[in-house]
Write a protein that binds this ligand. Structure first.
Ligand code: TPP
Length: 622
């Protein structure tokens, strides 16, 4: 076992090629073992094992800066940089993060989680080096999926014009999470095929060269057609034109060749782009066959690849299925995703209405403005994006959609605390950043039934709307009479209470109900309101139930700053209601990876903690 002996990358440099190959297999086995136990990103990590070994073999981290785009392919890097032990608790509380994190290790040159940032960050490091007259190397590892994101082009454009010395490794596996999309993806395919052309040419030359007298003249004759043949293929001119020396395509699993190319690039004084072709999921049959399904996985059985536990009800899948049904009778309804067809559930819409479904790549800004363009011409676009990634498109939501009050609906998935993906993926800012935008309706269903109602409601609207929900949701338990129908801005009183009134949003409604039961046991009578619209608020209902309460409580799975609670405070002060208010929500810090239950607890948002905090404040008031 070589892996056991590697404490840091200097140990790796002592190995020969044969031993490095063996190390690659050990790394794969370790990644499969741990991810099958803990869940995480599998296929991307299996595809970049050799690339990571070669990077650490040739470069001298942490002095040299290795920047991972998205960061969901950094597991081998973590295992090679002294984190074998914390990797066993991958994505768990106090274990290794699933992404590079600067605070976790000096080897993590840059924190990642959102796509297409690596070239910009690397350029920033390289420029700093040049100003400070340093001499380290900077390497950005970027996937072909990430290359659908506009930031990459902004960075290449900037880096190329100044000729800043840096290396970009393009890890091309022809996959984003799902099959990659877009014209650039076609271009990369052509580049891969042009390698085949060169291979064929070499083969013909070798073959003909063996035929005495006739062989070489025939080869020279064929060479006349070379330019024609070549014109059928492409080379890396696109990257060359941007000022990068293009090298490739090369086999991203051929360690010997990779090391040779990286050494050559290290000595270059210009920006270099190495196009490495890899196989997503390499070395684990189920992931090789279904790289999309093994991109991000829950714990699974290694023998079969089967998931080891059932997930909850996927809210996104329910919203998307319902939307596809509505679209049967409304030609104006279309759906847009930014590279997340399966994660958002919109693959179901795509199957039902392929001509009205658009995967635009990792391009959230473009997705939103394109939706605005479609809405301006009479369509009813639904944009399905995770809460954390929608942050990218704030300006487009405000200026292109809401400024024009266009009927675009945002289906915002993974809202709230997300568990193992941690700080970069928490969906805890959306209520704040959306509440502040005029014309936008902001809603959060407490369960699947309300989610469907909200999607139906949005279809009949002529203005922008955002519906945010967590990955999974369960129906409220029996005994709670659901309101059959509701209008925009209408809240629902679920239970009354003389002492405390709790106004809760989304998934927090269920926890507020449980907290109310806890409180009852302690002699405190708490009522619960489902405040399903964060904007507009049901101010009448709020005032009616707040004005007689000893304590008003708001509960949201969102940061307190600018969130629902602040909206309630504002509404109460405008109405002249002077009651004590306790706002519960996510505190002002980035919440690290752990289970969702642990994160809720750490934020004081578990049912028990909610009850405790209410009890404490109520006690202080008496
Ligand atoms: C801004 C943003 N949007 C969406 C995502 C979700 N996402 C994570 S990885 C990924 C695909 C990345 O593909 P690629 O860069 O080719 O890497 P691979 O997994 O193929 O190695 C996507 C869409 C993200 N991380 N960031």
């Amino acid at each position: 076992m070589y892996l056991e002996k590697i404490n840091d990358p200097s140990d790796l440099k002592k190995l020969n090629i044969r031993q490095l190959r063996q190390l690659a297999e050990e790394l794969r086995a370790e990644i499969i073992k741990v991810v099958s136990d803990r869940g995480g990103h599998l296929a991307s990590n299996l595809g970049t094992v050799e690339l990571t070994i070669a990077m650490h073999y040739v470069f001298d981290a942490p002095r040299d800066k290795l920047v991972f785009d998205v960061g969901h392919q950094c597991y081998a890097h973590k295992l090679l940089t002294g984190r074998y032990r914390s990797f066993q608790n991958l994505r768990g509380k106090d274990g290794a993060s699933g992404f590079p994190q600067m605070e976790e290790s000096e080897y993590d040159a840059f924190t990642a989680g959102h796509a297409s940032t690596a070239i910009s960050a690397a350029l920033g490091m390289a420029r700093t080096r040049d100003i400070m007259r340093g001499d380290f190397n900077v390497v950005a590892l970027v996937g072909d999926g990430a290359l659908t994101g506009g930031m990459c082009y902004e960075a290449l454009n900037d880096a190329g014009q100044n000729g800043t010395r840096m290396i970009v490794i393009l890890n091309d596996n022809a996959m984003s999470i799902s099959t990659n999309v877009g014209a650039m993806s076609h271009y990369l395919t052509q580049l891969r095929q042009s390698k085949t052309y060169r291979g064929i040419k070499r083969g013909i030359r070798r073959g003909l060269g063996k035929i005495p007298h006739v062989g070489m003249p025939v080869f020279r004759f064929l060479e006349k057609f070379r330019d024609f043949l070549k014109s059928l293929f492409v080379d890396g001119k696109f990257f060359d034109a941007l000022g990068f020396s293009y090298i490739g395509p090369i086999d991203g699993h051929d360690l010997k060749h990779l090391i040779r190319i990286l050494k050559r690039s290290r000595d270059s004084q210009e920006p270099v782009l190495i196009h490495a072709v890899t196989q997503k999921g390499r070395g684990y049959q189920p992931a090789e066959t279904h790289p999309d399904q093994f991109h991000g996985v829950a714990p699974f059985l290694v023998e079969s690849g089967e998931a080891r536990r059932e997930g909850g009800i996927a809210m996104g899948r329910i919203a998307a299925k319902h939307l596809a049904e509505l679209a049967e009778n409304d030609i104006r309804i279309c759906a847009i995703t930014a590279a997340m067809p399966s994660g958002t559930g919109l693959d179901q819409f795509a199957a039902a209405h392929p001509d009205r479904f658009f995967d635009v790549g990792i391009a959230e800004e473009h997705a939103v403005t394109m939706a605005a363009g479609m809405a301006s011409q009479g369509m009813k676009p639904y944009v399905g994006i995770y809460s954390t990634f929608l942050q990218r498109a704030y300006d487009q939501i405000a200026m292109d959609v809401c400024r024009n009050s266009l009927p675009v609906t945002f289906l915002i998935d993974r809202a709230g605390l997300v568990g193992g993906d941690g700080a970069t993926h928490q969906g805890v800012f959306d209520l704040s950043y959306l509440r502040s935008i005029p014309n936008l309706i902001v809603a959060a269903p407490r369960d699947v039934r309300d989610l469907k109602k909200l999607v139906s409601l949005s279809a009949s609207l002529d203005q922008p709307m955002a519906i945010r929900y967590p990955k999974s949701g369960e129906d409220l338990g029996p005994g709670i009479q659901a309101q059959q129908d509701f209008k925009i801005g209408e809240w629902e009183l679920l239970s009354t209470g003389d002492h405390v009134m709790i106004f809760a949003v989304g998934r927090m409604v269920q926890l507020a109900m449980q907290a109310a039961i806890e409180l009852m046991g302690k002699g405190v009578n708490a009522g619960v309101v489902d405040a399903r619209f964060v904007k507009p608020m049901d101010e009448k209902l709020l005032v009616r139930h707040a004005k007689h309460a000893c304590l008003v409580v708001t509960v949201e799975e969102n940061v307190l700053a600018g969130g629902f609670g602040e909206g309630v405070l504002d509404a109460l002060s405008r109405a002249g209601i002077d009651r004590p208010v306790l706002c519960l929500g996510v505190p002002d810090r980035f919440i690290p990876h752990a289970s969702t239950t642990q994160q809720l607890d750490a934020c004081g948002l578990s049912a028990l903690k909610i009850a405790e905090r209410i009890l404490k404040r109520y006690g202080e008031l008496k």
